[in-house]
Design a protein around this ligand. Sequence first.
Ligand SMILES: [Zn+2]
Length: 362
Amino acid sequence: MQFGDLVQEMCLIPALAGHETPMIKYLHSAFTPHADQVTVDKAGNVIAKIAGTDPAAPSVMVFAHMDQLGLVVRKISEDGFIRVERLGGVPEKVLPGLRVQVLSEDGDPVPGVIGLKAHHATGAEEKYKVIPYQDLYIDVGAASSCEVRNLGIEVGCPVVYEPSFQVLTGGRISGTSLDDRGGCAILVKLAEQARVQRPAATLYLVGTVQEEFNLRGAQVAANVIKPDLAISLDLVVAGDTPDLKDRSDLRLGGGPAMSMYSFHGRGTLNGTIPHPRLVQLAKEAASRAGVPLQRSAMVGILTDSAYVQLVGDGIPVIDLGFPARYTHTPIEVCQLSDLEGLFRLVWEMVWALAPGMDLSRL
Ligand SMILES: [Zn+2]
């Protein structure tokens, strides 16, 4: 399957953090024809093992998160409106007027819209205000709480942006949850490739859970696998829109990127500074593969690699990503050639792993 088709299929699967079952099933069956063994740990991480040809080569875990951000039903009003909590970094600015899917207790999608006070009745002073999520409500068309409950909707049910995917011009695509179905698509491509051309290193491809919630789902998989090194695949924030020009030179179409520094100071106090040996590995692999390699250094970003690096006596990690615009909105945009470039870069890195590789800090 082509990259675009693969990403499209996955963008259309609703999988709020903690409710990843549809994506767990999808990746499990996508890995199965290619891997020696596919397991799902108790947290829900899908782990595909592809044994290398040389047991002395370092083992590598390549991972991407399967979950997405969204909302959770907080209260169902007597008059049939649904109030919500945020789950993950949902920008409140984009919510009013959106189409959403509420997933029933049985996982059935129920279409709904996020209401916004009729424009004709909106006062001048209200027009430029961001409405806090606590004041927003979802309308599924029901006239009473009874009608809502008859649809199988209860407190705690997940809500996601209506899944969508669009092909734009210039080889660019837009969709819900390109973060991180783009990374998941690369995992599937790596599994396909490793079946036809088995590397020396044992490869673990992992779809992780709960990244958008508490970032720690991948930690469980790393504890199970205990790899010698780990590579995280996620988006990096492109700086090529009019509002981000001074932030970075990262651009769509410029190739994949490695993150040199990420940090989130609000509450979590975590981040990732890549292991220097893996930076070297990525640079060399990029030049061998003829893939341009961009760089990212940005506060306000955090991926699950920050927790993977702290497992056991330390796992060398690096964050690799594809540039994306409008992150965490329903219309994230990225470029297919960057996804392909990231795939080639990671494959080249995996291929280069050989016995005796120095992963020390000395
Ligand atoms: Zn992500």
